[in-house]
Design a protein around this ligand. Structure first.
Ligand SMILES: Cc1cc2nc3c(=O)[nH]c(=O)nc-3n(C[C@H](O)[C@H](O)[C@H](O)COP(=O)(O)OP(=O)(O)OC[C@H]3O[C@@H](n4cnc5c(N)ncnc54)[C@H](O)[C@@H]3O)c2cc1C
Length: 408
């Protein structure tokens, strides 16, 4: 059976679009981009604020305009764009089952790249007790209501979470007639870095750190949220909505239901230094790899993995057993989590990217075959990117391990 395409990319967000364009630019042949939504742009489409596009296009865009620019660039590059196409199953070996208005079809390619992004955890994933009233949404859902349907589900919400995306949530509320009554964060500090961390208070939103949500109340609509403050006192805020922000998780269903599976630490597919997964014909990039990065980061990552993939198309892949990159708590995840001896020669990833589970001060070190080759002592914060250069020759090592020691 002849392949449908040289490369099929799943996901038309910044990572997938950048990859498709790079592949075309490098003469990869027929490149098909599958997107389940009616337009390209991914999560940026519903962001009614900037900044997007500075590094890739040299100017600042609002989210929706950035999405349109991506779509124009992909069409100009000769990418075969198929919106309204949802991948229902990934069989591995370059074979996908795709559902669209025309029915379900099987598409095949010499290589596949999956770039299906990440999503905020909904209430069910956060185990928040209480009633089940209307008016509890994530930032992404709120922005989709506003951008695509002109609906604002509440006027006086309480915001849960303090990652960067909570700023996006506050902006969306303030520009669409809602005034957040408070921001609740379970950690004893803001998760967004300064100066962004100051924004909620500057916008007049009271911040409560170190809180634990007890329950949400309301018959029909949200009426109140009850929480325990850091000092142990219980407090109730009457409100008409709860906006759950952050705590992103990779949109990795295609991997979970395939034989490839997911990396238990990142919850996305395990990849090597070229972005290749455990299936030699399948690559992955963007927020799917780890939650969560900016649009520009996802774009550059998609482009870098596409470069490695383009080199790989020149020959049949030589499957070699990868070396797993190991680590210990409080390191939460490492990407790439595999290294392969036979890489493309132009790795997509020059750095390991790490995340920590909580704020901690100590010494992080990297050992290759039992020898320490890198170390740094400082304070590490959760949900903030830590980059460690991948040492030359590491892909040929028998063991690659991150260690962490607290002082004393
Ligand atoms: C509320 C919010 C605010 C943000 N604000 C900013 C900001 O101000 N600045 C910034 O730089 N970044 C911001 N970001 C982050 C930015 O949007 C993401 O980093 C970026 O969109 C990630 O790109 P991606 O290509 O990895 O994934 P996504 O953009 O999530 O794209 C993934 C695509 O895959 C598609 N898809 C998923 N599954 C399937 C399937 N089975 N079949 C077909 N298609 C599928 C999805 O429909 C989606 O279009 C924000 C994100 C959110 C949620």
């Amino acid at each position: 059976m002849s392949a449908t395409a040289d490369v099929i990319i799943v996901g038309g967000g910044p990572a997938g679009v950048a990859a498709a364009m790079e592949l075309r630019r490098r003469g990869a042949g027929k490149v098909v981009l599958l997107e389940r939504e009616p337009e390209l742009g991914g999560a940026t489409r519903h962001c009614s604020h900037s900044p997007f596009g500075m590094r890739e296009f040299g100017r600042v865009y609002f989210g929706a305009a950035y999405g349109r620019r991506l779509a124009r660039e992909a069409a100009d590059a000769g990418v075969d764009i198929r919106t309204g196409h949802s991948v229902a199953r990934f069989h591995g070996g370059g074979r996908l089952e795709v559902a669209s208005a025309h029915g379900v079809e099987t598409l095949t390619a010499r290589r596949v790249m999956i770039a299906t992004g990440a999503r905020e955890r909904p209430r069910s994933d956060r185990l928040i007790s209480g009633d089940r009233p209307i008016g509890i949404v994530t930032t992404g859902t709120l922005q989709s209501y506003v951008a695509f349907h002109g609906l604002m589900p509440f006027r006086r919400p309480v915001i849960v979470g303090s990652e960067l995306v909570s700023l996006s949530a506050i902006l969306t509320c303030l520009t669409h007639g809602a005034r957040p009554l408070a921001l609740l964060e379970s950690e004893p500090h803001m998760l967004a870095p300064a100066p962004f961390a100051w924004f909620p208070r500057m916008a007049g939103v009271p911040v409560h750190l170190g809180t634990r949500i007890l329950d949400i109340r309301g018959t029909g609509r949200v009426e109140a949220i009850r929480f325990r403050r850091q000092d142990g006192v219980e407090e109730t805020i009457p409100c008409d909505g709860v906006l759950l922000t952050g705590r992103f998780t990779p949109e990795a269903a295609l991997f979970r239901q395939s034989e490839i599976g997911v990396d238990s630490a990142s919850a996305g597919p395990a990849i090597d230094q070229d972005g290749r997964t455990l299936d030699p014909l399948c690559f992955a990039s963007g927020n799917l790899l780890r939650a969560v990065e900016t649009g520009g980061w996802a774009y550059r990552e998609g482009r870098a993995v596409a470069r490695a993939l383009a080199l790989d198309l020149a020959h049949e892949p030589v499957p070699s057993a990868p070396t797993a990159v190991t680590f210990e708590a409080p390191v939460k995840l490492v990407v790439p989590s595999l290294l392969r001896r036979q890489g493309s020669g132009e790795p997509a990833f020059r750095d390991f990217q790490l995340r920590f589970t909580h704020r901690v001060h100590g010494r992080l070190s990297l050992e290759i075959d039992g020898r320490e080759v890198w170390a740094q002592t400082r304070t590490f914060f959760p949900e903030r990117r830590v980059l460690v250069p991948i040492p030359e020759g590491a892909s040929a090592a028998g063991s690659v391990r991150f260690r962490f020691r607290e002082p004393g």
